[in-house]
Design a protein around this ligand. Sequence first.
Ligand code: F6P
Length: 467
Amino acid sequence: MSRLILVSNRVSTPKARGDEVSQGGLAVALSAALRETGGIWFGWSGETIETFSGEINRQSADGVTIATVDLEPQDVDEYYNGYANRTLWPLFHYRIDLAEFDLQFGAGYERVNDRFAATVAPLIEPDDIIWVHDYHLIPLGQRLRRKGLRNPMGFFLHIPWPPYRLMTALPFHRRLVESILEYDVIGFQTSEWLDSFRHYLVTEMGLKIDGDILVYRGRRIKLGAYPIGIDGAQLDRMVTTHNAQEAFKTVRRSAPNQKTVIGVDRLDYSKGLIERFQGYRYFLEHYPDWHSKVFLLQIAPPSRGEVHTYEDIRKQLDELSGRINGAFAHVDWVPIRYVNQAYPRDGLTGFYRASDVALVTPLRDGMNLVAKEFVAAQDPEDPGVLILSKFAGAAEAMGRALLVNPHSKEQISKALERALTMPLSERRDRWEALNDVVRKEDVTAWRDTFLADLRQAEDKLFFATPP
Ligand code: F6P
């Protein structure tokens, strides 16, 4: 079987097999595929160096080779904090108001993609297959092709693809999209993001798509939706660990007569945290009987702190949570426990299991694995209720959750009331349907389906790019 080369901005450093706390399901699934083929995972080391040298840091553990490269501080500013997180991230999450269009960012993005290509190319052999991940590295395939590589190459986007009209607001959008068309398989999380991409190709570029195959400059490109999932068996093991049990007890003991509503999100404006808090406040205003009987546990570890929009949202949330608590708290009840620290993954599963309701209400999200982990961590005899944003990719297959418009405080509030009073039989019924989806559309299915298509590109579909 041909060797797999994975490329992503961040890599997961090798851990002893079975170290489930520090490696997420995605990293475990990808590492397993690498191990099977003796492959390499390449990406940014997370470190900076004064002058870029292209020197590779190599680490091997448990049959997986990790190769990373250091970037210059200017690279990190322009490529990671700049084009990736101040231009593409907000735009692709429908926040054109937050997107910054700066030529320097674009130049840095292209420079780093060139640097990645120059560094990884010598590691690639003619029989390898290459799988590139996410918005940081869209043009990487094109840069590798320019170096003469003819290997099958796939690209998977973990975040949404924006609607056609939003995409055209990006200066030089066509240049970015043309670069993506150098891959042989292009994958999205959901059919909605895939449709937006197809719309762009047809409307902006006048291309014709036959089923799921786009013929472009003599090459056949497979376009697909590959919903990412969790590793259910890993989650089942984590929920039984000491850490998970302690976390479970901590929540239950801290408020024995209260229901727990949980939210777990990276502190990001796409997650709808302001709107969630406002929805919860509306609920407290309209259902006063619930005072002292429920609390919201919001875990939100800070992220991308060098980007000012992230500092802004953090300040707003500090203020809003303080105001809500100030307005409603009693001596013996605090309505929101707002926690800015990260917890080990197994501990989180204990929090999920101890909770009666999860509020997963992003304004836009490629998929959202918290929704899936919450479901998988429940006690089948007495499961909690998932309130899920219609605008999370996860909603496409999780229609038995209570779906809400995350912009509507009325809908969040009503859904909360409904979830907190839902009879056990309905809770079980909904949970079983959701759990079936979560167990079926898991991370292994995602990986294997994508890789099968990529290998097909190798066998049947792939035609070398004409010179
Ligand atoms: O899902 C999108 C993503 O950018 C991942 O690639 C990344 O691991 C995660 O969000 C966290 O973001 P960051 O790597 O910027 O901390």
